[in-house]
Design a protein. Sequence first.
Length: 116
Amino acid sequence: MTQFRTHEGVKAYPENGMYVHGVFLEGASWELGNPGQSGYLIDQKLKELHPRIPVINVIAVKTADVQTVAQYMCPMYTTSMRGPTFVTTCNLQMESEESDDKKWILAGVCLLMTDD
């Protein structure tokens, strides 16, 4: 994740990968964190069904190089109708290394490409 809340703040291409915006989170919210730090997953806020997440810097990595410590392997779907609309999985940062990804699995946390 980047520190850009919207795509208007992006002024140049990233060094690696590509920027993606307009993605929503279901079952959780996103905390931006301090400047210079990456954000992390937090519990869903009341009355926020699908909060928009910051601009994502998408980078492809080899399976052997995937970082898994303090990361939640989050599924991404095209719509909130899960199953046939599955696209890929994305690693989302959790609050700390002691965080358990089972919390987010049980909450049904996923990324959505559209806000139904």
